[in-house]
Design a protein around this ligand. Sequence first.
Ligand code: GLA
Length: 744
Amino acid sequence: MKQFLFASVALVLAIAPLSVGAQVGIHPQPDGTSWTLQAGTMSYRIGVNEQGMLQTLYWGQRLGATIVLPAAKSKPERASFDPPTATTPLEYPAWGAGLFTEPALKVGSPNGDRTLVLHFQAAKIQEGVLEITLRDEVQPIFVHLFYQPYPEGVLARWSVIENHGDKPYRVEQAASATWNLPQGEGYEASWLTGQWGAEWQLHTAPVQPGTLMIESRRGSTSHQANPWFAIGRTGETTETAGPVWFGELAWSGSWRMSVEDTALHQVRVTAGYNPFDFAYLLQPGQHLETPRFFAGYTAKGQGEASRILHRFQLAEILPSHPQIKPRPVIYNSWEATEFAVNEPGQIALAERAAKLGVERFVIDDGWFGERNTDHAGLGDWTVNPAKFPHGLKPMIDRVHALGMSFGIWVEPEMVNPDSQLYRKHPEWAMQFPDRKATLGRNQMLLNLAREDVKEYTFTWLDKLVSENDIAFLKWDYNRNWSEPGWDTAPAQANGTQNPDAQKAIYVQYVQNLYEILARLKARHPKLEIESCSGGGGRVDLGILRYTDEVWPSDNTDGLDRLSIQYGFTHAYSPQTMAAWVTDVPNFLDRRSIPLQFRFLSAMQGALGIGGNLNKWTAEDMSTATRMVDFYKQVRPTVQQGELYRLRSPVGRETSQVEYLSADGSEGVLFAYLRSQQYGMAYEPVRLQGLAPEAIYQVLSLDSAKYKGPEHVSGAELMESGIQLGLSGDYDGTAIRLVRVGAKE
Ligand code: GLA
């Protein structure tokens, strides 16, 4: 093999003047051994060392036009127990040559060799993407690493593993990337876990020697952990200041993310396909692509890290980017009627909803097949004639006449054993031979990895949307995988079935799901889709490329939602965060919260209503109308503005969030009081991000709760704060700010 003998002297890299100040750039060092990537306020630098290994050189604050950094150099052996492979911060560590830390790649070769030693081969820059090719010393395994910088301050990384040989190879572990933080101690990691009804719980803990592993083995993203991380420095990083290295994996199947602090205090984050039960056979000429792993850096704290992700999602990820459409105010009938849907009942609700200013009416579960309970009907996607004797058309026409668009619930990847579809095609359900299938909510998964199931699913969805004027699909997914069999998986080249071939289900299923969503979007460009999975079980940047919003939780309690939404916004934009006002006592917590507080809670994202409007009093209707009207005034700021989490609701009696429009001309503050204690007055709320010299008009939702002046300077709002008259239990209010001019 070619030896790499690069001089290990400091290199001075002058970045081409053309790119200075540009938001993104990929700058190769003239001798082709290192590259600096600029993404917004972040720089990232990699280089090939004297052993031909690709290593991380820098990840942090954007560097100036002239960069002086040491050239890549492998770390020495640390005693005889840790060879350079284990001590050098490799960009894509493969298991081999004594790598004892988390590998990004592990491949089994036909001659029994299970290691790889990847060496630099080539680099090219094309259409804003840097591609670095590595290859194994002896096996014909090539690995292409991709780097795509985005102006919002995010770098995408992913890999493609290729078999250039004439025999099959077995990929046993494949991550998208390894991100190496600057060597040292004193880091702290934040991550999100949860369960059904309690997603988005934020944790922060010191990074200690060892590995923090978060994952899903469930076949989808999961409620239990989300593929997002943020790492700061203990004592330095807060919501408003300090360094944060952060990222998220764009994959809606089983995934794993490790934050590893090695014995030498090198912190590395590796994420990609979950290696549990994983294998992917690469036939000659075949390749495997890993999901995008996006990451960024800011010196301005956790709040700015979230805002970078939010801006990035709006500008680069969501289906309608970069011209993001506002989320309409929706009504959804699920909590009101559950499966008891029918034409007159839904029309009655639609009429009430329209009076409140609702813009989209959504029928939830129960409209199809024999779907009267959750025991039957999934798979039979024809309108139930007893419930809608004339089809959906009269219902949709009435909704349109009321000035609303129409949406409908589907759960395309599932089947009840008690359904015509299952009776006709039992082989379409995901299962192992001779083993009893484990049911979840009385349903099984359809094996979307199968070509026939994929085509069938696309076809009925396309027909449903083509034959009816449907603006929105609530796409649900109400269980996880238990018997991930795929007996018709493509066989080996010699015609024999290899059990490992079935494991490609972990990749193929999700790719087929994405393909169906992409084809539906292409055929129906105005169609909007929500990713729901019994709440927030499938929220990630993979699905968000095809879906316009997500359902963060089935928990609609106005108080629990404050904490759920607080966690959610660390990783995802308020634009994507659907939130409904539902009835009290809440079905989960049996808590009764006043209607205004419930609205203020749901107004933090994309507002919806899910209560039984037939039971709402005239006073409820009038409160709701006022709240919907206020929401529409602040909607662009909430959905597409900059979020400031002023005070966390977790474990607190008071909390606040603020949003500012991108141009700074508008702001909105939502303030909450869970329970007043000892007669204490509500603390002044100090705003953030305003122009100190500007004057803002303060428009209060409730005149009784704000008695201050109508015009206040940004400096005063940020320094002395705004005094609100909140008292008692479950009190809350909102303030709209409109910038009117500079201070005299
Ligand atoms: C899931 C969803 C709910 C509702 C039900 C319908 O639980 O999260 O919002 O749609 O399914 O069965």
